[in-house]
Design a protein around this ligand. Structure first.
Ligand code: FBP
Length: 551
């Protein structure tokens, strides 16, 4: 990058705040074992699938005598979508390694898990780390979504790790990537190789969490970025008084991002996919929820408003879920025939003719762009790419139709004009907030200490995150304890369970208790932009969800 902005330069000098124990010499930091953490379900199957990794204790870093000061060689890879703070994970790893021994070294595998398999790497030097500290992006080493699944890929990954003489490999990723980390750890152990694999919880989606992992990194910055933009739109709506804004927010499955942005900005409507699924709401019912707010506000002369739509919604509407599952199956079974077809129309007809009756009817009723988007390639983990499905446009067209019918019947006299937005990629590489800069640095530091302690198959955990960093509790838990068995591609697979929005949790309860008032009100909340300097209440406050969950 040739010319850096003033903020870019100033952020290099930021010193992340760390848990108190991390300010000790590493020779005085001990990994203290706690209770054995078991998975909540499928214990028997997981035990037999992970004989070397199952039944290990949690670990907490405390003052004590350490495992040693032997120089370590670590490898790191970034996996999946970028999330703000990834570079600070690497900085934390690097600094911890240097503290353990100046002879230690770190290599980065380029482009994610694929870089490990193909042995594409770069040495991580002090100069390199210094030019990325406290900045967003994953571009220091790159990222990718390659899934390590074939026996050849596992063998190649091991060969790479051995070729580099690694003591440990650190995998920074979401649920799928950390599932891969657990499988790699088990594989290395089954081959008698003493190479640790340690995970770090990343994803802006916020769906990799539990009692030990209070948040995945990147969620804080991404939601603050989107909330600023949503808040700005919330101010534009009553200023211009002419548009309903339909805003789709990233989050492949869970609606944590939409919920946090709703709490931050108080929009007129915010859809929560998990509620849609629990109430088995149809597309028509969802449209009715939006229409109710449009009609009520029009009666007050307010023909404007803001609707938040989680990206993953489409897969949570029971009828759409069945349709997507049927399409997935057909795309898997008829892959070759499908590939040979020419263009969206032919592909649509091919799929339509093979769908079960209910799904075929629904498919035919969708706008042609949405039909085409539903047929686009799946990601390497078999997921439909919801970031490419324009649900906000689908909802706008259905709301318009419904309002036209109500107007014809004389029960709606408003004017409906709209703007659609998608906010996703805008938030994934922002300069990390102070929270994410601090949290990621500590995660990297903890991952390095787990590696030093031989904790293979663990994920770094930092708890007590709603408190100041000095009071954070660093440690780790076995990845297997976060797994369950799910049916994937027609087979039972061990996977890390996604943490969806809990409908009996405090953040949702807070939202549910206020949303009726928000539907009518134009008294939006305006969070403003991320601040890096100023009073801690402005610069360091974690997400509202984290505050509610941990209060
Ligand atoms: P991760 O789960 O890898 O963190 O990625 C999440 C995400 O940002 C989703 O919110 C979004 O649907 C997806 O990535 C988009 O992926 P891609 O970068 O492949 O378009």
């Amino acid at each position: 990058m040739s010319e850096r902005s003033p903020l870019h330069n100033v952020r290099f000098a930021y010193i992340p705040k760390i848990p108190e124990v991390f300010s000790l010499p590493t020779s005085e930091i001990q990994a203290l074992s706690g209770e054995v953490v078991e998975p909540t379900t499928d214990q028997g199957s997981l035990k037999s699938m992970f004989p070397h990794s199952y039944g290990k204790p949690s670990v907490r870093f405390v003052r004590g005598s350490a495992a040693g000061t032997k120089a370590l060689k670590l490898g790191v890879l970034l996996s999946g979508g970028p999330a703000p703070g990834g570079h600070n994970v690497i900085a934390g790893l690097f600094d911890c390694l240097a503290k353990i021994s100046p002879e230690s070294s770190l290599v980065g595998f380029k482009g994610g898990p694929g870089g490990l398999v193909d042995d594409k790497f770069l040495p991580i030097t002090a100069e390199l780390v210094d030019s990325y500290r406290n900045t967003g992006g994953f571009d220091m080493v790159g990222s990718g979504r390659t899934k390590i699944e074939t026996p050849e890929q596992f063998a190649q990954a091991l060969a790479t790790a051995k070729r580099h003489g690694l003591d440990a490999l650190v995998v920074v990723g979401g649920d799928d990537s950390n599932t891969n980390a657990a499988l790699l750890a088990e594989y290395f152990a089954s081959k008698g190789e003493p190479i640790c694999v340690v995970g770090v919880p990343k994803t802006i989606d916020g769906d990799l969490k539990n009692d030990w992992i209070e948040a995945s990194f990147g969620f804080d910055t991404a939601t603050k970025t989107y909330s600023e933009l949503v808040g700005n739109i919330c101010r534009d709506a009553p200023s211009g008084r002419k548009y309903w804004h339909f805003i789709r927010l990233m989050g492949r499955s869970a609606s944590h991002i939409a919920l946090e942005c709703a709490l931050q900005t108080r929009p007129n409507v915010a859809l929560i996919s998990e509620e849609v699924e629990a109430k088995r709401m149809s597309l028509a019912q969802i449209v009715e929820t939006i229409v109710a707010s449009v009609v009520a506000r029009a009666a007050k002369g307010e023909n404007f408003g803001v609707v938040l739509i989680p990206e993953g919604l489409i897969e949570f509407i029971p009828e759409m879920k069945a349709l997507i599952a049927a399409i997935n199956e057909l795309l898997a079974k008829e892959a070759q025939a499908f590939k040979a077809l020419n263009g969206a129309a032919e592909q649509g007809a091919f799929i339509s003719g093979r769908l079960p009756e209910d799904s075929a009817g629904l498919f035919a009723s969708l706008p042609s762009e949405i039909r085409a988007q539903l047929l686009w390639d799946r990601d390497p983990h078999g997921n439909v790419q919801v970031s490419r499905i324009e649900t906000e446009k689908l909802l706008v067209s259905m709301v318009r139709e419904r309002l036209a019918a109500l107007a014809a019947a004389g029960s709606y006299k408003g004017k409906f004009d709209f703007q659609t937005h998608f906010m996703g990629y805008e938030g994934r590489c922002a300069f990390p907030t102070n929270f994410d800069a601090d949290y990621c640095y500590s995660l990297g530091f903890a991952a390095c200490l787990l590696a030093r302690s031989g904790c293979s198959g663990y994920i770094a955990s930092i708890r007590n995150l709603a408190k100041p960093a000095a009071e954070w509790i660093p440690g780790g838990i076995p990845l297997v304890s976060m797994m369950n068995i799910e049916r994937r591609h027609g087979a039972d697979k061990p996977v890390i369970k996604k943490a969806l929005v809990e409908l009996d949790g405090k953040p949702f309860a807070e939202f549910a208790s206020k949303r009726e008032a928000w539907a009518l009100s134009s008294d939006y909340r305006l969070p403003g932009s991320i601040q890096y300097f100023g009073p801690p209440a402005v610069t360091d406050a974690p997400s509202l969800m984290l505050q509610l969950e941990r209060s």
